[in-house]
Design a protein around this ligand. Structure first.
Ligand code: KE4
Length: 432
């Protein structure tokens, strides 16, 4: 496969942009090789600057659930752009998208738009602290909620369990306000609440984690237990649905599981590929947000008409449950086909899937249930080889074992068949 232009572009980009990318995972550090520079995309396909076309399972990390450059989304953006892309003042499109999200996500009475998932979670945490008057927050190892300082924290070593910064530049004293626990570890969650009685403002959790690979927190009742603990402790339960919101159902994971959070963070799909994030929840909580209340949050481009129109054209096509039935059927077939291919090739693998988001893990484990299972028991080197061989076969997967694959409405049965066939060839080659 000729990738000369991507190689040249990458060399040029690295001179003037950190790592040559504007978001670290894109640099292929986890898998090796040269990141592809894309020229255009349509439906289920992306085409790089060398003219190579791939079946895309990244979908811009989730937003492209309808497929790339959907005709109606492009038409809507084009029409709105002619009338101005940002006013820095209210516009009716903000009301339209707010109402659409509120109709789709019953736990949201009031919503505020921002411009990224990170802004949504950062704002939701400040709101939880402002509403409860408490300073500490609890997140989970392997839970990713964007790059706000207090969220770049992993489990602290030793019994202290105070967080340690996951990134340079995060003050240790600040990170200490972030408590962490492993996924599935209810005893640790209860211990932290007992040890920090009345001090924890919220739990923030991806109801379907997708940033340490896809995890299942629902089947064993863990998610419901978090709901019960927050209710009992007077802490807020924040569902970070930036990735799974509108991905697994028209009302996100909370509709699928029938578990009601106090606040929900959204992003990705809600903007249809343009920069939109949002946070919302019960009226009594959201009215604490400026200018109604004392919790400040602001944004120059929040609610701009162009991004609002992209979100409206996308979400309006997700009201139809038959779309989710189609996504479920295609994703199930792909997921099971990949695992069957691994089994046939004698490659130990397992996986987790909810709707059109899934992860296949190369591991001897029967189930992968938490971040430690991935970091300690998955063959990351084999994943890197598999990723690059699939790339050469024209299949674009997420460049990390810690990510999810996304199927879109634009993927055809033929795309699924071709992907499974490519995986079978790659697995045979890697085990020869
Ligand atoms: P953004 O600031 O990247 O829009 O959203 C942050 C975020 C918050 N919450 C969840 C559950 C998320 O998955 C994300 C971002 N997801 C990653 C993919 N694992 C974005 C890709 C990237 O970082 O480049």
């Amino acid at each position: 496969m000729n990738i000369e232009k991507s190689q040249k572009d990458f060399a040029a980009a690295q001179k003037i942009i950190p790592g040559g990318v504007n978001s670290p995972v894109r640099a292929f550090k986890g898998v090796g090789g040269t990141p592809r520079f894309f020229d255009h995309a349509k439906g289920a396909y992306v085409t790089d600057v060398d003219g190579n076309t791939y079946i895309d399972y990244v979908g811009s990390w989730g937003p492209m659930i309808l497929g790339h450059a959907h005709d109606a989304v492009i038409a809507g953006i084009t029409e709105t752009a002619q009338k101005g892309v940002s006013f820095g003042a209210p516009c009716e499109l903000e009301i339209d998208l707010a109402q659409m999200v509120i109709d789709m996500v019953p736990s949201i009475d009031v919503i505020r738009f921002v411009s990224s998932g990170s802004e949504a979670t950062m704002s939701a945490l400040r709101l939880a602290r402002g509403f409860t008057g408490r300073d500490k927050i609890l997140k989970f190892d392997g839970g990713y909620h964007g790059h706000a300082d207090g969220l770049l924290v992993k489990a602290g070593s030793g019994a202290a369990t105070f967080g340690e910064p996951d990134s340079a530049g995060v003050p240790a004293d600040y990170a200490k306000l972030t408590l962490t626990a492993p996924f599935q570890d209810l005893d640790e969650v209860k211990r932290l609440f007992a040890e920090n009685k009345g001090e924890i403002a919220c739990i923030i959790v991806e109801p379907i984690p997708g940033n340490t690979g896809v995890m299942d927190l629902y089947s064993n009742g863990f998610l419901q237990s978090l709901r019960d603990i927050c209710t009992a402790e007077g802490a807020l339960l924040i569902f970070d649905e930036v990735m799974c919101g509108f991905r697994v159902s028209s009302g996100g994971a909370q509709k699928l599981f029938n578990i009601t959070p106090d606040l929900t963070c959204l992003g990705k799909i809600i903007g249809g590929g343009l920069p939109v994030g949002a946070y919302g929840g019960r009226e009594e909580i959201m009215r604490k947000i400026s200018p109604d209340g004392p919790v400040y949050q602001a944004g120059t481009l929040s609610g701009n008409p162009l991004a609002m129109r992209a979100g409206l054209e996308t979400l309006s096509r997700l009201q139809d449950d038959s779309l989710y039935a189609d996504l479920e059927a295609k994703s199930k077939r792909l997921f099971e086909g990949l695992l069957a291919g691994c089994k046939a090739a004698g490659v130990p693998a397992t996986g987790n899937r909810f709707g059109s988001m899934f992860t296949v893990f190369f591991t001897e484990l029967e189930h992968v249930t938490c971040g430690a299972d991935v970091s300690g028991h998955c063959d990351l080197a084999f994943f890197g080889k598999f990723f690059n061989e699939m790339l050469n076969e024209g299949i674009y997967l997420a460049p990390s074992q810690y990510e999810a694959a996304f199927v879109s409405a634009a993927h055809t049965d033929e795309d699924i068949d071709n992907t499974i066939a490519a995986a079978e060839r790659v697995l045979a080659k890697l085990t020869a």
